[in-house]
Design a binder for this molecule. Structure first.
Ligand code: NOJ
Length: 767
């Protein structure tokens, strides 16, 4: 009787969901038809100039990432020569610009307003590389939601985020803006960000359209040098670099930004294969593509021809909107007359831009996010600050903790030393436009907030961030430069040493300034700047225990620090709540749980270094010095800290990996289980990671690939069984014919605490 009832319920549920499925498909079709009819109707009234005008995106305000700036914006708006504006925020300006478009242009087409909202708008979260270290999709999605709510409060309806470029070269400054080296994890984050921004329905007044960037492979720049050439095999591209972009398409991202780089000879911005064949035909992307800042014009520097030629090439490749350079505005009409582009090509790009406005609900309500009352309420609320503190705490990675020196006691005398200890401007990290550094919490203030008068806090600056004149001159962004102390370096060091000598423990707050990473901030040397290392050496000589709090926008080379510091807590650039979050972790209010998502090399000479590398014909086995192996004669092959690595104040032990089946066929599935025990004294969170190796295949495969992870919380002494369901989808890869499939044979399932520390079990899987 029971079985019969449950069958009926299941059948009803299935019918119901099929019905819902049909309905929602039908609804999508009918709303697409409505949009088509609306856009077609509007376009039938548009002149060619007005159509080309929609393809023009101009910059206004301080967010300049190139030497060109648009002029005559108000006049162009009246003539319908602008489709969108970016770089500004605030309902006052945005309201006025929308007014001109709505009241003074012939067809009253609303504008899109874009902004680089990269890791928060007013409330700044950790830089994306730090966010990714949380491995927490819930937190990441919610951070994008908070950013969208604040940004829409100030009139923005389009954000130039998420950046989903896979990066395996820490010399590249923009590794800070992405999610690290792994395509699977990067894909999960791409989806979470798009969902957070777009909120399921972009017509909502608190939803923004995401702009996925930089399409594509920008993180593969040769030598890690900014804007440099990318040359990559198709297999590597499909397997390792493209998945996050594809995941963003699948999550419904409304727009894409083309990247500055060339791809195997053809610049992305004029790459028909990339923008049309792959993105639209293979992946089914339905949104529009904007260029990066003056990237259409820059096609001339790539050697593709004059402005008219390159503008036509970009349009024909599938680029819809031209950012800042106005090549489309200046030349497309002429190219149409001369038969170099077709009316259909211009129409298609115009349609896509108008569709984006329709999807955002701007034709229904051009002022939907322009409401000064909402604006006042949206900014940096206590609730958002509280959340930013939580996110930052989760992003920190404990790289070392000798003798369990951390967490610190909230008592005794603590010497807080370093150029980043009493600082507000560097807390927010790179790519911050609306976040106010003055409202960020410095480390010293955070520590005082958390320990109160229970401990005696001494402070000395110790050094500047760098005394390297070239680095000082070049590491700036949006006009922001490092604050400098004019005292001689030795005087600052002497003061710091004297301060350390009075304390029970030293907390050294050191690392990169915000602008030493990010756009146009590639480095050939990824050490902590020499001045700060000199300070650390002097502090180490005091014999006092040293906890290093590390600010960084990229993996740094830290062998010296790893050897000489007692503890290292990597805090990236933590955002508005920096100091509070750091203090929470230092003093044990929160037990760190972050895991790095980009490998930390021992030396810059090992770069690019990443966990999912291939085996060579002469693999190095780490069993001592061997000749004729794939290695270096002056350094180990292994990284300093591997992908997925991060300690906790507690310890976790992993049992053997148990497989529900070891012989499988076809579409069968199995469950891999491991017992994880908290063997330490603190409650803690662990990110249990699943990797799979495919030792025999038709092409040489990566030694292992991340396939899943689970986050668990364990009390001291508590055990939990963690299970993963494994299907053939986890075995698939791009073969030599670029077919995505799996091949029968042996597979090794690895589960563990990081990519280098796993337990494994083997299985056979037949077709
Ligand atoms: C250049 C950067 O590459 C891109 O990420 C950014 O969105 C644009 N400038 C607009 O500021």
């Amino acid at each position: 009787m029971k079985t019969c009832l449950s069958i009926k319920v299941a059948a009803f549920a299935a019918a119901f969901f099929i019905l819902i499925g049909i309905n929602s498909e039908a609804q999508t079709k009918s709303s697409d038809a409505k949009m088509d009819a609306f856009v077609s109707g509007l376009m039938s009234k548009m002149t060619i100039d007005e159509k080309i005008g929609q393809l023009n995106l101009v910059v206004s305000g301080p967010a300049l990432t190139g030497s060109t700036v648009n002029t005559g914006v108000a006049e162009k708006l009246k003539k319908g020569e602008i489709g969108g504006i970016f770089g500004v925020y605030g309902t006052n300006f945005i309201g006025k610009a929308q007014d001109i478009a709505m009241k003074q242009s012939r067809l009253h087409i609303p504008l899109k307003f874009g902004l680089d909202v990269i890791h928060g708008h007013r409330t700044i979260f950790p830089i994306p590389l730090g966010m990714s270290a949380t491995w927490d999709m819930g937190l990441i999605q919610r951070s994008a939601r908070v950013a969208a709510t604040e940004a829409t409060g100030e009139g923005i309806n389009w954000v130039f985020s998420p950046m989903v470029d896979i990066a395996r070269d820490p010399r590249w400054g923009r590794i800070s803006e992405g999610n690290g080296e792994d395509p699977w994890l990067g894909s999960q984050i791409a989806k979470a960000m798009v969902k957070g921004y777009q909120n399921g329905d972009m017509t909502k007044s608190d939803a923004v359209m995401a702009c996925v960037k930089h399409f594509a492979l920008y993180g593969g720049a040769e030598a890690g040098r900014e804007y440099n050439t990318v040359d990559m095999s198709l297999i590597k591209m499909y397997q390792d670099y493209l998945p996050p972009y594809k995941a963003a398409v699948d999550a419904g991202a409304g727009s894409f930004m083309s990247s500055f780089n060339t791809i195997n000879g053809v610049p992305a911005t004029a790459n028909h294969w990339l923008l049309t064949d792959l993105l639209r035909k293979q992946w089914g992307f339905k949104g529009f593509v904007v260029s990066d800042y003056t990237a259409v014009n820059e096609l001339s520097n790539h050697g593709l021809g004059d402005l008219q030629t390159v503008s036509a090439l970009a349009l024909k490749a599938g680029l819809d909107m031209d950012m800042v350079g106005e090549g489309f505005l200046a030349t497309l009409k002429k190219s149409l007359k001369e038969g170099k582009v077709t009316q259909a090509e211009i129409d298609l790009a115009c349609r896509r831009v108008l569709e984006a406005k329709y999807k955002l609900g701007l034709f229904a309500d051009p002022y939907k996010s322009i409401n000064p009352d909402v604006e006042k309420k949206a900014e940096l609320t206590d609730e958002n600050r509280k959340f930013a503190r939580e996110v930052a705490e989760h992003s920190f990675v404990l790289l070392k903790n000798k003798g369990q020196i951390l967490p610190l006691k909230k008592s005794g005398t603590i010497a807080l030393i370093g150029p980043l200890a009493d600082n507000h401007s560097e807390m927010l990290g790179t790519w911050v436009i609306a976040g106010d550094p003055k409202k960020s919490v410095s480390v010293i203030d955070g520590i005082k907030n958390v320990v109160g008068s229970n401990a005696n806090i001494l402070y000395a600056r110790g050094s500047n961030i760098t005394d390297d004149s070239l680095l000082n001159a070049r590491a700036w962004f949006f006009g922001m430069r490092q604050e400098r102390d004019k005292r001689p370096a030795q005087e600052m060091i002497d003061e710091a040493v004297a301060t350390a000598q009075k304390a029970d423990v030293v907390v050294a707050v050191v690392g990169e300034s915000a602008n030493m990473s990010g756009e146009s901030a590639s480095r050939s040397d990824i050490n902590i700047p020499e001045t700060q290392r000199t300070l650390l050496k002097a502090l180490a000589k005091t014999g006092k225990p040293i906890v290093m709090v590390l600010f960084n926008g990229r993996p740094l080379t830290l062998p010296w620090e790893d050897e000489h510091m007692d503890a290292i807590l990597d805090v990236w650039a933590p955002g508005t709540e920096a100091g509070n979050a750091i203090a929470d972790v230092l003093f044990g209010n929160y037990n760190p749980s972050g895991k790095i998502t980009a490998t930390f090399p021992r030396s810059v000479g090992q770069v690019p270094i990443y966990y999912a590398h291939k085996n060579t014909g002469r693999p190095f086995d780490d069993k001592g010095a061997a000749k004729f192996k794939s290695d270096y004669i002056d350094i180990a092959n292994s990284p300093l800290y591997p992908f997925g690595y991060g300690l906790s104040y507690t310890t976790f032990s992993y049992g053997d990996v148990k497989l529900s089946k070891t012989r499988l066929k076809g579409d069968e599935t199995l469950t891999a289980t491991v017992m994880v025990t908290n063997t330490g004294k603190y409650a803690g969170e662990e990110t249990v990671q699943l990797y799979i190796s495919d030792p025999v295949a038709s092409i040489s495969r990566s030694v292992e690939e991340l396939k899943d992870f689970k986050k668990i919380t364990l009390q001291p002494g508590e055990q939990k069984e963690v299970s993963f369901r494994i299907t053939t989808a986890d075995l698939k890869f791009y073969n030599a014919n670029l077919k995505y499939d799996w091949e029968p044979g042996e597979f090794i399932v690895r589960i563990g605490t990081n990519s280098s520390d796993t337990h494994s079990a083997a299985l056979q899987w037949k077709k």
